[in-house]
Design a protein around this ligand. Structure first.
Ligand SMILES: Nc1nc2c(ncn2[C@@H]2O[C@H](COP(=O)(O)OP(=O)(O)OP(=O)(O)O)[C@@H](O)[C@H]2O)c(=O)[nH]1
Ligand SMILES: [Mg+2]
Length: 258
């Protein structure tokens, strides 16, 4: 893996992931990457678990924020930390066990090879979701079709929170000016990268339902994401011509049958 000599920071945003955090951190550390937990004052004590892990491992870092400030803003906090500490690749993963560490290499390598944003995608050939109800699958598929048709970007999984961005692209992205601070941030990031003419590549992942605990996706987060997409489409300038176009790395970009 060409990126192996680079420094990668894996950002784990957490809100009430006490039962999930330790195994996820252990997996990422075993893969050889540093970890940053961005915890929003989780009432279940996730922040204390993160502190405990950080005390015994200098490769684990923690940011504590005073309350639930949103998934997107947690990513921005993590990106700023990573840029400040000189990391070459910034990875974002859910802290609930849904995003397998086994895919980390492929996700980072795709970003390194393309110089663009790479997305661990459930909806390209080879990707899958496991443990979701049909209603949850339909919601996710419909949201992605909506983003694709309005934004006119040929990406299958806009909403996946498993992704990697190289430092150079992140510096151009001006993430502090993003419109969204919640889940919609994932969609906006894809749009911004596309606007900059950067490649957006998808690599297949096997997405598993969370190990434990509850989803934090609320009705209000879904509504905000739905409202954001037309704003991005009609209120943002035309995209720069793509550097390498959109591409899927290491596999066939056709939609998966899942
Ligand atoms: N710091 C921070 N983390 C958050 C916030 N909201 C969600 N998260 C974390 O972001 C990640 C994704 O949230 P989830 O609730 O798992 O969302 P999801 O994966 O779409 O939903 P499920 O599949 O049902 O788990 C998890 O690690 C959450 O703990 C927030 O406001 N602040
Ligand atoms: Mg999750």
């Amino acid at each position: 893996m060409a990126y192996r000599r680079s420094r990668c920071l894996v950002i784990l945003p957490t809100f009430n992931e006490r039962a999930n955090l330790a195994p996820v951190v252990a997996g990422v550390r075993a893969a050889g990457h540093d970890v940053l937990v961005v915890d929003d004052g989780s009432p279940d004590g996730t922040g204390e678990v993160a502190d405990h892990l950080a005390r015994s491992d200098p490769g684990v870092h923690v940011i504590h924020r005073p309350g639930k400030l949103g998934l997107g803003s947690a990513c921005v906090a993590g990106f700023r930390f990573g840029l400040g500490r000189g990391y070459d690749f910034l990875v974002e993963m859910d802290a609930d066990g849904s995003h397998g560490v086994a895919h980390l290499d492929a996700v980072i390598e795709a970003s390194a090879a393309s110089g663009g944003l790479s997305i661990g995608s459930r909806y390209v050939a080879g990707g899958s979701t496991e443990g979701w109800s049909p209603a949850r699958r339909l919601l996710s598929r419909t949201a992605n079709a909506y983003c694709r048709s309005l934004l006119r970007i040929d990406v299958r999984d806009f909403t996946s929170g498993y992704r990697c961005i190289p430092r150079a692209l992140l510096e151009r992205l001006a993430v502090t000016d993003m419109l969204s601070d919640g889940y919609a941030f994932m969609i906006e990031m894809v749009h911004r990268c596309h606007q900059l003419g950067s490649p957006v590549v998808e690599v297949p992942i096997r997405f598993q339902d969370r190990y434990a605990g509850k989803s934090k996706v609320s009705r209000s987060e879904i509504t905000k994401a739905l409202a954001l997409v037309p704003r991005l489409r009609w209120l943002s300038p035309s995209p720069a011509p793509p550097e390498d176009g959109l591409a899927a790395v290491g596999q066939d970009a056709r939609p998966s049958p899942d």
